[in-house]
Design a protein around this ligand. Structure first.
Ligand SMILES: NC(=O)c1ccc[n+]([C@@H]2O[C@H](COP(=O)([O-])OP(=O)(O)OC[C@H]3O[C@@H](n4cnc5c(N)ncnc54)[C@H](OP(=O)(O)O)[C@@H]3O)[C@@H](O)[C@H]2O)c1
Length: 258
């Protein structure tokens, strides 16, 4: 699959690393120093290239938005139009321009990224922890929660979560996404490590285990009962053909297909 990355720092750069290692193509974008993106693409190898945010959206079947919260409007402006691309938003609402009362950060960003097939994931665990956890063996893999209002998009994102080295757990629509949003607090999944074999238990960052009491716990059990979501190649192929024909994507200038 082709993945555009807007913001290739700690989280976006980590996802780029995990997904190129799994055989996906990435195009990294959004930096104060575009030469750093070229260096990162060189480091990631032949499946990686660098471009502008607009080019990474043209390139991607899926686009990861991973910029500091206060820069989300800048990144969106540099994209122009998202079209119907699938978005994975990793941002957390620290800083200015908070969502209006009663709206989750996911709902707020989904409306700002108008037209996109919006999802949110990879935002509940620190970048260092995600980098370490992505390399774990299957039995100790950790959960990446996701939410979004487009079920087909979430299925594709779930397959990427698996390819990145995690276990997807769908929390439902953007309206119910608050439990995976900052800050860390009792009853939320934000900032907590969950593992599939430990469904019903969660581990605090200091390693203590709690019994989960939140409905998210149920979502995790449901995910474990679901069919495996590892059919990346066939999903990618069908998504690519579905994405490229109706949208007639032009060949990007900088983002490169290998
Ligand atoms: N770090 C974590 O542990 C963590 C965990 C979960 C979620 N998140 C969320 O994920 C998002 C990304 O976090 P992160 O820690 O990965 O951020 P980060 O490491 O600071 O990366 C942000 C990226 O944006 C680029 N950037 C910064 N300012 C820019 C500007 N003015 N113009 C153009 N590009 C600019 C940076 O590139 P240059 O430096 O090259 O300009 C960098 O690649 C945030 O919303 C954060 O809340 C972070």
């Amino acid at each position: 699959m082709r993945i555009g990355i807007i913001g290739a720092g700690r989280i976006g750069g980590g996802i780029a690393r995990q997904l190129t290692a799994a055989g996906h193509q990435v195009c990294v974008s959004f930096s104060r120093d575009p030469s750093s993106l070229e260096r990162l693409a060189d480091e990631l190898g032949p499946r990686a290239s660098a471009g502008s945010p607009a080019e990474s959206v043209e390139f991607g079947d899926v686009v990861v938005v991973s910029v500091p919260w206060s820069l989300v409007p800048d990144a969106i402006a540099q994209v122009g139009t998202f079209g119907d691309v699938i978005v994975i938003d990793t941002t957390n609402q620290f800083g200015s321009s908070m969502p209006p009362k009663g709206q989750t950060a996911a709902q707020f960003n989904a409306s700002r990224m108008a037209g996109s097939r919006y999802t949110k994931s990879f935002n509940t665990l620190t970048s260092a922890f995600q980098a370490e956890a992505a390399a774990r063996a299957a039995e100790s893999r950790v959960v990446q929660w996701l939410c979004g209002d487009d079920s087909a998009a979430k299925k594709i994102v779930s397959s990427l979560i698996v390819d990145a080295g995690f276990v997807p757990a769908d929390l439902g629509g953007t309206a119910g996404c608050a439990v995976m949003e900052a800050p860390r607090r009792a009853g939320a999944v934000y900032g907590e490590e969950y593992r599939a074999p430990g469904a019903g238990r969660r581990r605090g960052r200091r390693g203590r285990a709690h019994r989960a009491t939140h409905p998210a716990h149920t979502a995790l059990r449901m995910t474990r009962r679901a069919e495996p979501t590892t059919s990346t190649t066939s999903t990618a192929a069908s998504r690519r053909s579905a994405a490229s024909s109706p949208r007639m994507r032009p060949q990007p200038h900088a983002c490169r297909r290998s």
